[in-house]
Design a protein around this ligand. Sequence first.
Ligand SMILES: Cc1cc2nc3c(=O)[nH]c(=O)nc-3n(C[C@H](O)[C@H](O)[C@H](O)COP(=O)(O)OP(=O)(O)OC[C@H]3O[C@@H](n4cnc5c(N)ncnc54)[C@H](O)[C@@H]3O)c2cc1C
Length: 451
Amino acid sequence: MKVQTLIAGGGLAGLACARELADGSRSYLLVEKQKEIGGLCRSVIDQGFSFDYTGHFLHFHKPALRQWASRYIGKVFKERRRHAVIYSQRGYSEYPYQENNAGLPSSVLRENVLGYLEAALHRRFGKLSTRSTPSGRSGQVRSDLNFERWCLEAFGPGISRHFMFPYNHKLWKFPLSQLTTHWMGRFVPSPKIREVVEGALTAKPSDSGYNATFLYPDQGGISLLPSGIAHGLSSVWRGAAIQRIDLKRRKAWLHSGFEVDFEFLVSSLPLPQLAALTEGLPAQLQSQARGLKATSIYNINFGLKGKQPIPYSWVYFPEDSFKFHRAGSVSACVPTVAPPGHFSLYVEFSYRGAKPNPAQLGRHAVQKLKQLGWIQSEKQIVSRVDLDLPGAYVIYDRHRDEAVQELLSLYEKKNVYSVGRYGRWEYGSMESALEQGLQAAQVISASSSVQ
Ligand SMILES: Cc1cc2nc3c(=O)[nH]c(=O)nc-3n(C[C@H](O)[C@H](O)[C@H](O)COP(=O)(O)OP(=O)(O)OC[C@H]3O[C@@H](n4cnc5c(N)ncnc54)[C@H](O)[C@@H]3O)c2cc1C
């Protein structure tokens, strides 16, 4: 079979690309290895509950993308407000931790706020312990620091010790001194001095951060986004995995042995997987690709009988006594994801290497949810859906930046566009996956109309 563009992967990036090419009457074929499209953006319906591959809330920062998506999701997605908090020292404080210290035990509050102020003054004026003169520093935290150093410079020792270090250790399972800061962007809010001081005096829900509001449907879960985009697309093959790619002959082979000739390839496969499938890739690049690392997530979803116990969309858990780093309740902000008289909870454990034991994780989750008072008894549980997300969070170590750049530029020279969260090997959102898929289609349309 011959197509102009072969699209590998039917998550949001691949689907956005297919949609754009289809709307421009371009020839394409999208192949997705799973039986369902959507990738990470899928939902499971069980006993009347809808669960996503852990919490998935749609945020748009670019009006043009929101407008593009609204063509396919219409008014089904409604605007909701998040309420995110941190559980530490036996109490809840508003997200983000660094901006909301009111309510913490006074010794912790003091350590956090004084540490923050000293760090801010140190950045601005240099060493404080001696009578130093202003050093002409910009007051900005240096972006070349490793994540551990960056936290100390940006937030001081208190916030680092009580939240940034333990939470990020638990999430990444990787030495923080070997992480760069290039993944953070809007994901780690850096409040101003005034905001930290105000947040130490008064507790109030904060709108800080990248995701104060989000879009979500009443029913059906986040999978309505990919299914809306895919609606009416004819050249989408499900259960079709790419097994081999020959860039010289512009050919790909599916698992079934079926051959596809292409001019352009748009891949949202994880970059190390794309490299492993590509014949003739220089050995040095193969080894760069093999050195890319990620952390996986094991997500347990519970459907429960009873009254909604918490008002929180999600809660961060920095302390070691909780093995999960985050837990939440989609029904707290969208009650219709659960049948009447019921609610839903989810818990996220991160792991690297071997998959953890689901029974042990489940027991721990239930024990801690009881301790928190979110559930009273196991008898309330009417549904449990476990979802494994291997390689969910890309690790930004020093190796990552160089390897990704070299791989992407080689592929691009060969008219192969590696897009999406794992195609770019980045910490991306649903919006960025859509955007990259659309951009790849636009580049292909522009370059093929010039020829
Ligand atoms: C824990 C977690 C929580 C998140 N929460 C949010 C959130 O709240 N808001 C938000 O905006 N974003 C969130 N994201 C990010 C969002 O899920 C992703 O950015 C987006 O879904 C990625 O889409 P994609 O198309 O790039 O990749 P994917 O969804 O991974 O799609 C790639 C597709 O390629 C397919 N594939 C793999 N190998 C082959 C092969 N050999 N042949 C054919 N097909 C293949 C896969 O099956 C998959 O369907 C979250 C991510 C994680 C991990």
